[in-house]
Design a protein around this ligand. Sequence first.
Ligand SMILES: NC(=O)c1ccc[n+]([C@@H]2O[C@H](COP(=O)([O-])OP(=O)(O)OC[C@H]3O[C@@H](n4cnc5c(N)ncnc54)[C@H](O)[C@@H]3O)[C@@H](O)[C@H]2O)c1
Ligand SMILES: [Zn+2]
Length: 711
Amino acid sequence: MYSEEQVKQLQQRTRELLSDGDVNEQKLAHLREVLRFHEYRYYVLSESLIPDADYDKLYKQLKAIELAHPNLITPDSPTQRVGSNLTKTFPTVQHLVPMLSLENSSNAEELADWDRKAQELTGLQEVEYCIEPKFDGASISLLYENDILVRGVTRGDGVEGEEITTNIKQIRSIPLSAPFSKYGIQQIEIRGEIIMSKKAFENFNELQAAQGLSLLANPRNAASGSLRMKDPKDVAKRNLDAFLYHISYYVTTDGHTLAIDGREGDHPMPENAPLGTHSGSLDLLWECGFRSPKEEKQVVTGIAEVIRHVTDYEALRDTLPYEIDGMVIKVNSLALQDQMGMTTHHPRWATAYKFKARQATTRLRDVEFQVGRTGAVTPVAKLDPVYLAGVTVSSISVHNEEYIREKDLRKGDTVIIERAGDVIPQIVQSIPEGRDGTEEEIVFPRHCPVCGSELFKTEGEAVWRCINIECKAQVLERMIHFVSKDAMDIRSLGEANIRRFYELDLLKDVPGIYGLNFSAIGQLEGYGKRSIENLQAAIEASKQQPLYRLIYALGIRFVGETTAKTLANAVSNLMELKDKTEDELQQLEDVGIKVANSIYQFFHNEQNLELLKQLEDLGLNLQNHKKHNAGTDDTPLHGQTFLFTGTLSKLKRSEAEAMVEANGGKLLSGVSSKLNYLIVGEDAGSKLEKAKKINTVRILTEDDFIQLLGK
Ligand SMILES: NC(=O)c1ccc[n+]([C@@H]2O[C@H](COP(=O)([O-])OP(=O)(O)OC[C@H]3O[C@@H](n4cnc5c(N)ncnc54)[C@H](O)[C@@H]3O)[C@@H](O)[C@H]2O)c1
Ligand SMILES: [Zn+2]
C-alpha cells in the first residue's frame, strides 16, 4: 500500500512530529497522514515502526488540535474510528454491537480530568467505578445462542471483524457451551481478550529456539498472530487463554432485547439484577464458566480511590502470570453507561490507564560474541543506552545467527526494544525503513572469539560452539557455574574473585578451587585475614554439599537441578553413573534420549573422569547419603512421584514440593506414565488434560494432598 519511498518520508515526518511538541493546526494533515500510516503497519501488517507510546503521543496531539478547532474534525480522522486489521484471510462478519477502542490516560491528572467529565455526564458528585486489568492481547467477540458458542470474531475495524470460530474453539478457557438459559438469556454477545500467559510464551519460545525457529516478540503479538493462523492445530499448540470482560448485547428467552452498550432495546435496564452493573456482569460470566476478571476487579467510589488502586496494581504487574499494559476503569452502573453513551471511537464511560511504557527505540551499535560454559557462542547486541521500565539497557542477547537473520538486524540499525515483565529485554524488531546505507551486516565468526579454535554446529541446532575444552572462556564460566548459588554455593568465591584469581594464575580449573594458595591471596590488595578465613571455611564446607549439587555443578549439558536430583537419587555413589547404559539412564524420570546421551558422553570422557577422581581425592562428597535413609517408616511417600499444576491456595508451591521430598517422594517436571500423583490447583491447564488420559495417574486436589500427608 505504501511505496518504499513513502515509508521513508512518513518515518521522517514521524520523527519531526515527535520532536516538535507544539500543538497547532498546521500539523493537522501531517498528523492524520502519519497516524493512518502507523495504524496500517500496526493493525494490518502487525509490524509497527514506532513504540506504542510514540503513537499515543501523536494521537494526543491530534486530539488536542481537534478539541481546539472542532470545525476541523473530519469523519475520516483517526480520532473518529477504530484502527482496522481486516485482511482477506477470513470471512468478514458484523458485530452485533460495534467494538470500540478506549480512551487513554497515562497519569493521575488525566484520570482526574476524565473523572470530571464523567461527573458532568452523570450529574453525580462521586461516580462508582469498576477497575480491572487491561489484558495485553487481542480482543474478540463471542456469540452464544441457546447456550452454544456459534461464532468468534476479531475486532477488525470495530464494526466488522474476521470470523475465526474454529480457531477460537482451540482455546480451552473458552467454553463451547455455557448455561445462559439458566439466566433467561437466549442469545448473548460477549467480549474479551485472548492472551498468552508468560509461561506459555516462554515455553513456546524455548521450543522454537531448540528447533532453531524464529522466536515470538512478546505475548501480545503472539496472541494476536495466533488467532489468525490458517491451521487451527497451530493455534492449539500455542496454549492461549482468554479473559472475558464484557457483555455487549443479549436477547432474553422471552424474546426481549435489552439495551446494553447503546443498543436499542425494548426492555428496561434491571435495577438490581446481576446485569445492572458491570461488576455484576463479570460475576455472571464467571458463573457461566468463563474466565472473567471476577477476582481481579475492584469496585471503588471516586477518582482518588481509582488512582490509589491503579498505582498499587502497577507495582504488582510483574508478579502476574500474564501481561497487562494498564488498567481499565469503567463506570459501574449500566444505566449510567447508557446515559453517557459513546463516540464513534470509544465509549465515554470507560478509560484505559496505561502503565509506563516498556518499549523504546534505540540504535544497535555493535555485536559482541560471548562464549559460555558449554562453548556456545552467543551474540550480544550493544545498544545506545536507553531507559526502559526502570532500568537502563545497553546490551541485549540476540540469541543466534538464525535470529539475527530473521530479524534482519544490522549494525547501525534503529531497533525497537521491549522489556516485558520480568523477562529480560528483547529486540522486537529492526526498522529497515530508517536505514541510510551506512549500516553494516553482522558477520557471525567461524572461529572462537576467545581461543581462536574453529566453531562447530550440530545438525538441527541453531548455536555455534567452541569445542576446545581448554578454551579460557569456557574454563572461567565452568568455574563460575560450579560455585554458583544453586550449585556448590560457595558465596565468598564469586565471579569477580574467580576472574581475578584466574588472571593472576592462582586458579586454573575446578579442582584448583580446593587447592587455592591462601597465603598468596593474602598478599593481594583487598583480602584481610577475616575474608581469607571466610573463604577458606566456605570452600571447605562445600565439600560436604549433597551429591545432587555436585552433579548440577559439573555443568553436564541438559542436566538442570531437577535432573541432577534424579541422578543423585538413582545412585549411592556418583561413580555408579559411569556404569549406566543410555537405556538405563532413559528409565529415569524426565530423562529423554538427548539428556541420556549427554550424561553418557560425560561419563565416558577421560578428562571428565579424571576430574571426578581429582575431586574425590580432594575430599568432595560423592556419596548419596539420602538414599541410604530413604524408604524407612518415616518417609510415607517413599518411591511415589508427584507433580503440581495450577495455583495452590493453601500452600506455596515450594512448600508443597518440600513436603513431598521431606516425606520421601519424588518430584517430576512433566506428566508421563511414571507419574503417580498430579496435584491440581486453580487454573490447571495442559498437564491436567494430559494426566486425565493416563489411567495410572491419580489426580488430587490440594486438600486431598494435605490429607495424604496426614497433616
Ligand atoms: N506502535 C504503533 O505504530 C501503533 C499504531 C496503532 C496503535 N497502536 C497502539 O494501539 C493502541 C490503540 O489500540 P486499541 O484501539 O486496541 O486500544 P487499546 O489497546 O489502547 O485499548 C482498547 C483495547 O483494550 C483491550 N482490553 C484489555 N482489557 C480490557 C478490559 N478489561 N476491558 C476493556 N477492554 C480491554 C480491548 O481489546 C480493547 O479493544 C494505541 O494506544 C497504541 O498504543 C500502536
Ligand atoms: Zn574457544
